[in-house]
Write a protein that binds this ligand. Sequence first.
Ligand SMILES: [Zn+2]
Length: 269
Amino acid sequence: MRMAKTYHVRQLNGNTYLIEEKTPINQGLCYLLCGEERALLIDTGLGYRGFKETVMELTKLPVIVANTHAHVDHIGSNHCFGEIWFHEADRPTFALHADPAYTLKLLTAEMPAPMRMLVDVLTRKLRRVDTSGNYHYFGDDKVFQLGGREVEVIWTPGHSPGCVCFLDREARMLFSGDSVCEWGVLLHFEKESCPPKTYLESMERLKALKEAYDAIWPGHHGYPVEKSYVDEYLTCARQIVDGTAEYGTTQGRRCAKYKRILITVPKET
Ligand SMILES: [Zn+2]
């Protein structure tokens, strides 16, 4: 039997590629933005074999990794590349997600014991993150210079304290990681998520920039995401803060719902 392919590439324009990681336990989206001198690799997935080779087939330029945040399913193949960056506020998140016991707890929080054991076995190798590498940390004002192409960091804390989006004004593309996705945004992680008010401010920041991008390229699920989703996340976050949100449950977690989207929150919210 042939193994299903893990990585699927789509060319988004002349010098931008989407790399989709698709397995029974994860679907994630990474992006390769090529300049004239360097390429920026936004996120590296959960760390399956073949990721580096997939990237190397697309460019011969030196590759810089920039993580939208330090969750385990975005940093898995970081160590395969020479230079790695993420927001300084996510250094504690990185430490948490490099701990296989912690990520198992996250993955299996709502599962019965037999399922938990199965997920443990299936993901054990992947959860052992290789944390070696040439790490650097940016603040809020970082701009990556790729040679004839600039990519700005936009700090959007919420899902984790060091969540960022990357903005390419020339290409009019916003790469949003887990801060804006088609299905929903998760703010329920007890040790890492920020208060909803912080996420609300992040969405205000994205809304203020809305003339600078046409579409949003997220870290998971469907793509691209229409930029009108930012308004829905903004409204939903405001309703949580105001106490007027409508709550439901998704995958055993409490969430606020608004139009097409949902935001998960800690149980006691
Ligand atoms: Zn995440």
